[in-house]
Ligand binder design. Sequence first.
Ligand code: ATP
Ligand code: MG
Length: 393
Amino acid sequence: MEKIILIKYAELNTKKDNINMFLKTLKQNLEKRLCKYDIEITYDKGRMFVKTEDRFDEVEEIVRNTFGIHEVITGYELINNSLEEIEKQTILFVKDLSFKTFKVETKRSDKTFPLESLEVSRRIGGLILKNKENVKVDVHHPELVFHIEIRKDKAYIYYETKKAVGGYPVGTLGKGLLMLSGGIDSPVAGYLAMKRGVKIEAIYFESPPHTSVEAKEKVLSLAHKLSEYACDEIKVHIIPFTDIQEAIYKNVPHDYLVTIMRRMMYRISARVAYQNRCKILINGESIGQVASQTLTSMSVINEVVKMPVIRPVACFDKLEIIDISKKIGTYETSILPYEDCCTIFVPTHPVINPLKEKCEEYEALIPYEKLIEEAIQNKTTVKGIKQEFEDLL
Ligand code: ATP
Ligand code: MG
């Protein structure tokens, strides 16, 4: 009998016609995430199976944290699916388990198996009662549910099912462009979008010399952290934003600085997204968090693009976002104190109810089309990378 990880498909089962694409991607993603381990992955329409010779618990933990997996079973694969083998291994298996009440549940996908599921459960239940002292059957609230799955050629026994992270396999729902700043919110937004199966590329606006090299390194480090969930290193498009920011600073009344700056960021992001076949923009805006995230601000900023903008943390409290960022390992990097271009040009009294007409009036004072073109032409694209400072965290 060999210890094995069985993956339940749960929500993936609703993807009738596309299920093969989902499963193929899930397998590839698992292979990438588990490339350091000696593993073998197989699947059929009902289950995916992961076998490993190495550190089973570590592999199982990674599987549980891979998007697209809802429940994971620690099971045992029998050498064949004969009743004799199931009986023999059941006796060995329950010998070391401690429980007082139990029930047996059997699933039979191999319909050529000579007994029906209920009959197997009854026989194996009787066998357990005979071989284990002081235990009894309780069909309503058993301490242990002993599962038997009879498949073609093989049978599986298990009693332990663990909850996994859920979502869809990354890459099955297309690609989005994440507006990634060095803060707490945007990495969490990226994580949540990936959880729904969206592959991401990132865009970062830098304004040297107002923003430091460290601020950029922090963003690349965050992209690298997210790549663990992405199953690949994430591409980061770095946009030189200094000229645009300085032009805004010189020409626009200061209460509108942030609104106009964000409209420019949106315009550039949508174009870069389009060029890179990203279907949506993703960012870390959260309703009410700052002046540019009131509903009026969001709508005036959003109106410069047609592309859908997904804000995964829009309805989360800051503390909830912080909790996720700690759980996914981005928090320590996010709180490093390097200035980001937004914090430098923040006025003391930013407008909270900006008017579209005023934005247009102020924008007419800046040759922004030309500046946007230049910024996009001068963008550099790199991949997220582990930074030296991470070892100190
Ligand atoms: P975060 O903690 O994610 O930085 P925040 O609370 O600082 O968010 P803002 O600075 O208003 O909020 O930014 C809102 C969102 O806009 C960010 O979550 C991010 O998606 C995007 N954004 C802000 N600054 C940049 C930047 N320099 N480059 C790319 N995206 C940015
Ligand atoms: Mg920020």
